[in-house]
Every structure is written in structure tokens, then in C-alpha cells.
Design a protein around this ligand. Structure first.
Ligand SMILES: [Zn+2]
Ligand SMILES: [Zn+2]
Length: 124
């Protein structure tokens, strides 16, 4: 089950609702392939039955100055090897900076003031 976080900047009024964590469909390899299209290595590993995990994490695009939640896939093509996929901004395609999913406050991407992340529900 995923968490819905709400954040609002007291400085500039920027606000966002963020759907983080993982949902029911995230155990399905098809969800991972849809989340990270055109990743040949991931495709091959999943076809061969590799273990994987999807994490929907908070990211910031420095160019758009917005927060996004994007899916990252960690997968294990072999026993002693793990890999992470990268993610690009859905708006401008620039590489995103990822925050830890344990985070409870975040600098406002628009003005830099600290915003609190408040859980306001669940999704699945
Ligand atoms: Zn962007
Ligand atoms: Zn702000």
C-alpha cells in the first residue's frame, strides 16, 4: 500500500500531492516494464525471472522546479548483483534528483523554504 503525502510551501504557495511507495500492481513485472520502458537490461532480467522491486519516490527537477513522484525499479539479474533504473523528468526529460523515501521535509523546489510532508491518506 502506498502513502499520499501532501506538501504546501508557506513561502510561495507551491503545493503538491505525492503518491509514494508501492501499489498492488507493483508486484507485476508488466508494471515494472511499463514504468521503465526501453530498458533492455531490465526487460531481459525480468523475462528470465529476476527478482525486482518498484519504489515510487519523490524527486525534484531542478529545471522545472517541481516535485514529481516517479517509479524506480531495483532488480537482481544475479544473486550478488543489484541494479537500479534511472528516471527522467516527465515534463522536460532532464535527469531527476531522487530523495530518500524516509524523508519528512523537503526544500521547496520553487523558493527553497522547508516544506513538511504530511501523510494524508493511502492508495493501492
Ligand atoms: Zn523538468
Ligand atoms: Zn516555496
Amino acid at each position: 500500500m502506498g502513502t499520499i503525502l501532501s506538501c504546501r510551501c508557506k513561502g510561495c504557495g507551491y503545493e503538491e500531492r505525492l503518491f509514494v511507495g508501492g501499489g498492488l500492481r507493483d508486484c507485476n513485472p508488466d508494471t515494472a516494464l511499463r514504468a521503465v520502458p526501453n530498458d533492455r537490461a531490465l526487460e531481459r532480467a525480468l523475462r528470465e525471472g529476476a527478482r525486482f522491486q518498484i519504489d515510487r519516490d519523490i524527486t525534484v527537477c531542478q529545471k522545472c522546479r517541481r516535485l514529481f513522484v516517479v517509479p524506480y525499479v531495483t532488480y537482481w539479474p544475479a544473486e550478488d548483483e543489484s541494479r537500479h533504473t534511472a528516471a527522467a523528468c516527465p515534463a522536460c526529460n532532464q535527469l531527476l534528483t531522487r530523495y530518500s523515501h524516509q524523508i519528512t521535509s523537503i526544500p521547496c523546489p520553487s523558493c527553497g523554504r522547508t516544506m513538511d510532508l504530511l501523510p494524508c491518506g493511502h492508495w493501492d
